[in-house]
Design a protein around this ligand. Structure first.
Ligand SMILES: Cc1cc2nc3c(=O)[nH]c(=O)nc-3n(C[C@H](O)[C@H](O)[C@H](O)COP(=O)(O)OP(=O)(O)OC[C@H]3O[C@@H](n4cnc5c(N)ncnc54)[C@H](O)[C@@H]3O)c2cc1C
Length: 412
């Protein structure tokens, strides 16, 4: 492979040793790529599964020590997939002219590159000096949080998004007191709307988690350790542990001087190409036109990270036969023994509840389903304990089904 000036050995380099990176390697091998693969990971771990970190890994009591949820053994990675995995080795910059990834004192040439650096947890400004203020993104974060919970603290979770809500549910399962503070009137309001958000609020309420919604955090107090969370209405909550779940930031700092287009992540085209021959992106870091040329989206889901990884790996291996990628996004969350699922697009003209009791009459619901309409099409759905309907609806969105047909299919 010739880069224009120097001949460089054929090598696929994957930056990011997690779900999208692993599936990219598997995608390249499946596409028949036989050359060397080097995978760089910032964390000191082999690729592992993140969803359990806020679920069973966290909920397990202090006597149980859950195994880290690794995806593949080191033997599989090295011998079967023939990946030179370098963990604890963050890429620090990218020289696209020399086709080289720099990782500290290492300089690695590539003929094809997959960028799969994911996201990092957003931190609460002004809280870095206090002990007992944690975020949850990595296995190390999960282990720290588990250890902190072992001393039975009063926990405050900031943000009732999926991670915050799951952390609260796991803390609750361990029999510990927990309060969630959420600035919006109901959890997940921007994604699921007010009606379904009330269903999520009810879930917390029924299971003993205190939800303080419609109020924000104005500061944390404490000398060395956090002792109190101060809210915008002037009230205070005593806390031994604060878990900040206020979203994530795409991990693109190392690409600042690369010349690649960055805008809420790494901007890619429909084939996940990042604008230069041989350079692809995959997973939570990527922002791409998901079947709609005029709108870039970035998904933060387990399912699309694998799907994108596979396609990016295939395209890196066979650029002449590059496949485009579009998906109906799928996200699930497990809370208090219930399964929440969201599919498709949240930018709806209208959200219609089609199943479950009316939450305005304040009766607890075990099941709930809301459908999202744009024009006369079904574009999304949110379900609580609807494992049969959600896959059906996902398929309907994929084939552009009419909204009325979807309503009939759910009621029928
Ligand atoms: C606690 C938790 C629970 C979740 N639960 C769910 C769920 O229930 N359902 C769902 O759909 N999704 C869930 N997700 C989201 C899902 O795990 C992600 O969508 C998925 O992990 C994305 O994979 P990724 O490979 O794109 O990015 P990541 O998993 O973020 O991996 C990126 C990797 O790149 C590494 N990296 C970053 N910068 C560099 C660098 N410069 N050089 C080298 N390596 C670098 C990072 O250390 C990281 O290991 C959850 C996430 C978390 C954190």
């Amino acid at each position: 492979v010739v880069d224009g000036r120097n001949a460089v050995a054929e090598r696929l380099v994957i930056v990011g040793a997690s779900r999208a990176g692993l599936f990219a390697a598997e995608g390249a091998r499946r596409a028949g790529y036989e050359g060397p693969i080097t995978m760089l990971g910032a964390e000191p771990h082999l690729p592992y599964d993140r969803p359990p970190l806020s679920k069973e890994f966290l909920a397990a009591d202090e006597d149980t020590s859950p195994a880290p949820p690794y995806y593949r053994s080191i033997e599989t990675l090295r011998q079967q997939l023939r990946i030179d995995v370098r963990v604890g080795s963050p890429a620090t910059s990218l020289d696209t002219e020399a086709r080289t990834v720099i990782a500290g004192d290492q300089s690695i040439s590539y003929s094809a590159l997959v960028i799969a650096t994911g996201t990092t947890a957003r931190r609460l400004p002004g809280a870095s000096h206090l002990e007992g203020v944690l975020t949850l993104r990595t296995l190390d974060d999960g282990q720290r949080l588990r250890a902190a919970l072992d001393s039975s603290p009063r926990t405050v979770v900031i943000g009732a998004g999926l991670i915050g809500s799951e952390v609260a549910a796991a803390v609750c399962k361990r029999g510990l007191p927990v309060t969630i503070v959420e600035p919006m009137p109901v959890p997940l309001c921007r994604v699921v709307g007010e009606q379904s958000g009330k269903v999520c609020a009810d879930l917390h309420d029924r299971n003993g988690t205190t939800l303080r919604a419609g109020v924000s955090v104005s500061g944390l107090r404490g000398r060395r350790r956090v002792e109190e969370v101060v809210l915008s209405d002037g009230s205070r909550i005593s806390a031994d542990l604060v878990v900040v779940g206020i979203g994530v930031i795409p991990e693109v700092e190392w690409l600042r001087d690369s010349g690649l287009r960055l805008d809420n992540g790494l901007v890619c085209d429909a084939t996940l190409n990042a604008g230069l021959p041989g350079v692809y992106g995959a997973g939570d870091v990527v922002c791409w036109p998901n079947g709609q040329p005029d709108r870039l989206v970035r998904l933060e889901t387990w399912t699309s990270a694998a799907e994108q990884g596979r396609i990016a790996g295939h395209n890196a291996a066979r650029p002449g036969e590059a496949m485009t990628f579009s998906t109906v996004s799928y996200m699930w969350s497990d809370q208090y023994g219930s399964r929440l699922q969201f599919i498709g697009d949240a930018a709806a003209d209208e959200i219609v509840t089609v199943d479950g009791v009316d939450v305005s009459v304040a009766r607890p619901v075990d099941r709930h389903l809301a459908l999202y309409r744009r024009g006369d099409r079904l574009i999304g759905a949110f379900g609580l304990n609807q494992p049969r309907l959600i896959p059906k609806l996902r398929a309907m969105i994929g084939r552009g089904a009419a909204f009325d047909d979807a309503v009939r299919a759910c009621r029928g």
